[in-house]
Write a protein that binds this ligand. Structure first.
Ligand SMILES: Nc1ncnc2c1ncn2[C@@H]1O[C@H](COP(=O)(O)OP(=O)(O)OP(=O)(O)O)[C@@H](O)[C@H]1O
Ligand SMILES: Cc1ncc(CO)c(N)n1
Length: 269
């Protein structure tokens, strides 16, 4: 039996809704074998982040080698990378092991405001990792930090996507979850040739913990199955939409999304 394989390089969310946990659940739901390199442990729940504990560098490097020396992920994603030092080691491994189908989710702050990427690491992300991206998936505030100016309109989002291509990414998805000015949640995909608007109705709910991780993990899983990027992004959008819509009602504040929902809906069709 051939099983598609994917790797996530990200932080652990003890609450299970974001980070490594969201990634592995998403891979599994989409029929993909998941592997992980844990960069940091967060003590986290639906109320916020209570603590951040980066894994010691030797432990991160060894996880990268353990995977690269033995296993062959077809697609790889990065999430929380925390420091410039971690970014550098990840960029080196990505090049050394030829992980060319690289999805970069440039995780910077958690929804409650906790720092998941140190300020001084943004330049390392731009210079060392971004040029290796098959696709980078910033939300609007992350894209603003990467390009260094505000993004207000969809036209400005298209310009930002184009600038991120000039900075070295092969494709860009600027996500619309944060732009509450439109009734649709619109994600702008640009591959350097054409723009695609991948959209769905905005769901009014506070329970969106881990949406970004889940979405980029779904794109990674679909790329691991050798789907083209537009198809992967469309499937990821359907996956995260179902996950938000069928929220689990877990936790007291910003609950996690429902990683079972997409597969359950397809099963009853
Ligand atoms: N309320 C919503 N209704 C429908 N879709 C949404 C909603 N919020 C986010 N999305 C979708 O979820 C996906 C992730 O986008 P989002 O902008 O939430 O990412 P993010 O801010 O990086 O998430 P996170 O805070 O978990 O890092 C996108 O496809 C976006 O359009
Ligand atoms: C570990 C981790 N990664 C990413 C996010 C962003 O949602 C989070 N809250 N926690």
């Amino acid at each position: 039996m051939h099983i598609p394989q994917a790797l996530t390089i990200a932080g652990s969310d003890s609450g299970g809704g974001a980070g490594i946990q969201a990634d592995l659940k998403t891979f599994q739901e989409l029929g993909v074998y998941g592997m992980s390199v844990i960069t940091a442990i967060t003590a986290q729940n639906t109320a916020g982040v209570q603590g951040v504990y980066p894994v010691e560098m030797a432990g991160i490097v060894q996880q990268l080698h353990s995977i690269g020396d033995d296993l062959q992920p077809v697609a790889v994603k990065t999430g929380m990378l925390f420091s410039a030092e971690i970014i550098r080691e990840v960029a080196q491994a990505v090049q050394a092991y030829g992980w060319t189908t690289l999805v970069i989710d440039p995780v910077m702050v958690a929804k409650g405001g906790s720092v998941l990427l140190q300020e001084q690491a943004v330049q390392a992300l731009i210079q060392e990792l971004l040029p290796l991206a098959a696709v980078i998936t910033p939300n609007v505030p992350e894209a603003e930090l990467l390009i260094g100016r505000p993004i207000r309109t969809l036209a400005e989002r298209e310009q930002a996507a184009s600038q991120l291509i000039d900075m070295g990414a092969r494709a860009v998805v600027i996500k619309g979850g944060h732009d509450t000015s439109t009734a649709q949640a619109i994600d702008v995909l640009y591959d350097g040739r054409s723009f695609h608007y991948v959209e769905g109705p905005r769901i009014h709910t506070p329970h969106t913990h881990g949406t970004g991780c889940t979405y980029s993990a779904a794109i990674t899983a679909e790329l691991a199955k050798h789907n083209d990027l537009l198809t992967a992004v469309q499937t990821a959008k359907a996956f995260v939409h179902a996950a938000i819509e069928d929220g689990l009602g877990i936790g007291s504040v910003h609950g996690p999304t429902n990683h079972f929902a997409y597969r359950q809906r397809r099963a009853v069709r």
